[in-house]
Each structure stands twice: as structure tokens, then as C-alpha cells.
Ligand binder design. Sequence first.
Ligand SMILES: O=C(O)CCC(=O)C(=O)O
Length: 254
Amino acid sequence: MPRMFSAREMEGFQKDGYVIARNLAAPAVVQTMREVTEAALAAETAPLEYEADLHYPGAPPSRAAPGGHTVRRLLQAYARHAVFRDWALGAPVAARVHQLLGAQVMLSQAHHNCIMTKQPRFSSITHWHQDIRYWAFERAELVSVWLALGPERVDNGGLLLLPGSQALDFAPAQFDEAVFFRPGLAQNQKLIATQIAAELNAGDVLFFHCRTLHAAGRNETAVPKFSVVFTYHAADNHPLPGTRSADTPEIAVA
Ligand SMILES: O=C(O)CCC(=O)C(=O)O
């Protein structure tokens, strides 16, 4: 695996708002992450977010309902285990986020910084959105790094992306009150028709811009899907004071 993105991959990211690096995490790293994830799920080790908390389509209606303790995210991955810290700051990721974001890069512990878990039966649909909806920074310039710990396909809730959407200007009316991209609008439908599926295997990594529209379905298979996600930004792109984005210490990426 090359140490950095090629010029072609960099162009791809600029044009499409995402780029995939295959086999970036070694099988042993993936295996350790899977074991830590399975143990945390079995023990419901906090902090975590349940599917029932979000009320996305298909989620159990409450924590008391059948499947109500289905975990959607194990939060604070960075603090959970050295295997996540080593991955988040290690050379394969660090070299690439420097290419995408510049010489001084920070890892945000406030955003993503989690293990996304998509479970059979009780997972939910995530509608089209840009991740910048969650965040408050001086500039809408952040990159998320999504590591697959197993196969990701449409049928197990793998990510769908709208290439080039990071570069488009949208009217506020194209989004609903929860800042999801309205699927019923003709102009949105035209863009949604250009969707691609980010097909990943264990160890593959999707780098995507915080303005790239994406969505995901339920896990319709019998096998849980796990992905580790961290978000980075240039050091001179500060989180806005008083917001959740500024709540947790930032980590410098060497
Ligand atoms: O896995 C999913 O359902 C989508 C996750 C996602 O897009 C997000 O958390 O921002």
C-alpha cells in the first residue's frame, strides 16, 4: 500500500468529495478492533448511542421495546482502546489527512470518534445528509475517515454517496427541519439518482468531505457490520466557541 494518495486519488477527492484507500488497516489491527467492539457491545460499555435514541426509520421505538438495546454507536473510540488511538494517529491515516487538509491537522474528539455498529433486525435507515449538519466550525472543511471492519455493501447498510455534492451550493429549502436532504423534491431527486455505493472490505478506508451527501440503509443480512470513524480538520479551522464541536480536547496529528 503506497504511503500517500496518488495525484489521481487527490484529484478524485477534490472532484467527488471522497476517495477510497484499499487495505489500509492490517488484518491484525482489524481483528483487534473487532474483538474490542464485540466485548464493548456485549457489556454495553458506555458511552454509547442506541438505535432507539435516534428514532431513525426502522429503529426500535424505545429502549424498552424489542431490540431497544441495539447499539448504533460506541462513542469515544479514541479513549476506549489503544488500537483506536494508534489507528487514528498512525502513519497511513496521518499522511493522507495531511495531504487533504494541510500541514497542521487536528483530530476532533467531539465528532464521529466512534465505532458505528449496524445490527441485523434492529438497525435503521439514515437519510441523505451532510455531516456538517452535526458540527460548528469556522469553515465547512472537515474530513471523516471511515474504516470498514468487514464487508460493507448496500444490503448490510453500507454507505451511499452523491459524488461531487460537496462542491454544490444548496438552498436551505432543499433540506428538512432536521437538515436531511429532502428526497421528495425534483431537483434533489436528480442528484440522488447519481448515487454510488461505497463498497468496502475489511481494512478499506473511505475518506469523505463533511459536505458530501450520503445515506445508508438497514442491515438486511444476518451479520453485524462495524466501522470505525474519526474526523479531522485543519488546525486553523477552529470549532466555534460554546458549541459541542468545542467541547472536547482536540488531538494534534503528527
Ligand atoms: O451507517 C449509517 O447509517 C450512516 C451513518 C452516517 O452517515 C452518519 O453517522 O453520519
